[in-house]
Write a protein that binds this ligand. Structure first.
Ligand SMILES: [Zn+2]
Length: 245
């Protein structure tokens, strides 16, 4: 792919204190920007797929979504969680917001995608407005759905897309209990915030935050939703944050 921007190495000062959060009126325009590690940027077609999934998952009547590619970021490793866990990616975003860095962060969501492994947790990490996640090779092989309101098959690629949306959800204030689990044609369907936790032995929630009960038998077959649950949407309609006024 053509390298449009190169942001230099991630900030080396480990600090989560460089981000200043602002409060706005509930937003009518959501600004979402994704960035690629060097490893992630090697996959042809990844930009188009990530854009399509972010747009497809986040387009709701209560706001319009502006998704853009922010550039390529040099990272010490391709791990999905490290950029946020070490504070480097939040630092880079914070520096960009104050005009001191090369990055041009978005107001609402800044997600850095690496080629990190997706089989062992943590595969990503999020704080308000900032996230990182691995799985570029799986995202690069996604088929773009024609209808995002239809459940997707449970594949490595589709699950990786859902985990990307999961981390994006966290950046907007969503928690795991905003996720929904339901029966659909004899199978178990999960929305991004609960995702594969639904099949984790240690997952013991019996209902979502809004009180909808989860089915207890979830063994029959797995389906993935790339849209957020009604409970999550209740929270998103009240979203009033941002890194810039
Ligand atoms: Zn989570």
């Amino acid at each position: 792919m053509k390298r449009r921007t190169f942001l230099g190495t991630l900030g080396t000062v480990s600090s989560l204190g460089t981000l200043y959060y602002t409060t706005r009126e509930p937003v009518s325009e959501l600004e979402v920007r994704f960035f690629l590690s060097e490893g992630a940027s090697d996959y042809p077609g990844i930009e188009r797929r990530v854009s399509a999934y972010l747009e497809g998952a986040l387009e709701y009547p209560f706001w319009s979504v502006d998704v853009s590619m922010g550039g390529i970021v040099s990272t010490p490793t391709e791990d999905g969680a490290d950029p946020v866990r070490t504070g480097r990616w939040p630092f880079t975003v914070g520096a960009g917001i104050t005009g001191m860095g090369d990055a041009n962060p978005a107001r609402d969501v800044n997600v850095l995608i690496t080629d990190g492994q997706m089989s062992k947790a943590p595969t990503g990490y999020a704080i308000p407005h900032v996230a990182s996640v691995g799985g570029a090779r799986h995202l690069a092989s996604l088929e773009i759905p024609t209808d995002f309101d239809v459940y997707d098959r449970y594949t490595r690629s589709a699950l990786t897309a859902q985990i990307l949306l999961h981390e994006v959800g966290h950046t907007l204030g969503l928690r795991h209990e905003h996720g929904h689990i339901e029966r659909h044609e004899g199978k178990t369907a999960v929305t991004p915030m609960v995702s594969a936790y639904a099949w984790d032995d240690e997952f013991d929630a019996t209902s979502c935050r809004c009180g909808t009960t989860y089915p207890t038998d979830r063994d029959a077959g797995r389906l993935l939703s790339h849209r957020f649950s009604d409970c999550a949407l209740e929270r998103l309609t009240a979203y009033a944050g941002g890194l810039r006024p």
